[in-house]
Design a protein around this ligand. Sequence first.
Ligand code: FE
Length: 335
Amino acid sequence: MKSIAAALLGLIAFSASAEERVLNLYSARHYQTDEALYANFTRQTGIAINRIEAKEDELLERIRNEGAASPADIFITVDAARLAKADELGLFAPVKSRLLEQRIPAHLRSADWFAFSTRARVIIYNKDAVKAADVQSYQDLAKPALKGQVCTRSGAHPYNLSLMASIIAHQGEAKAEEWARGVVANFARQPKGGDTDQIKAVAAGECGAAISNSYYLVRLLRSEKPEDKKAMEKVGIVWPDQKGHGAHINVSGGGMLKTAPHKEAAVKFLEYLASDEAQTYFANGNNEWPAVPTVKVANPALESLGQFKADTLPIATLAKNAALAQKIYDRAGWK
Ligand code: FE
């Protein structure tokens, strides 16, 4: 009897401490490889992950509404502009980790958040309608030669805000606005749809050129659907600005929340995401490149895009210019 009571006590003590071995993750990612990504963390650390998945902006809203009582430990999202928004709202806590500083290049982190994968914003063109030589840079999209040929998604979308933010950083506000006006003057249609819609419109000949994040192209390249294969035969891909600053790079990443109830587990998780194993899952899940430069991912479709020069502008700079980027698009009429 005595031994059963002791055993029970032991059990209670164990479950109480086990309750602490959790991490609450708010994630805007939902890829097949994520299951393995999280299972590995739990196997390595004994820390269970409670995951809440929703759209980026919904998660941000939720964290704000929950305030100090939020159970969220980690927020993971895509795009520098969204990371910046979370940062501006004061949601992230600074994380000091030698491991993260060693693994994640300086231009891919701030004091408050870390990028774990990168994507490029590339130019695509219809091979029958446009010459590759005419779309070698983002600037080319604003030249009169492409009148009535350019398709794009909304200027309010974070991907385009971050691209504009990089142009502001490199060329200043006035030149950036001139660029936006030039692109608007070249619109084949009013901005609509996502990046995949632009790729398909280029393939269909509705537009001569467009911009897209690299992983949407890889997704179509990996697609088994005959219509996707056919579409990709029509489309040429250009790494922009190879003679200048290099292709604009964006990230997915995350950070620890200021109100995180499990701070130790949260830092462990961020460090785990920078490990070789996690980097492979994280990048491959969405056909992106690992943020840790020594990690190599076997993704033939991604590799088929080839090598390129990437802009090394600090992602934190993009984040800072996001608000001005929106103002410039508004002034230029890029809806
Ligand atoms: Fe996307």
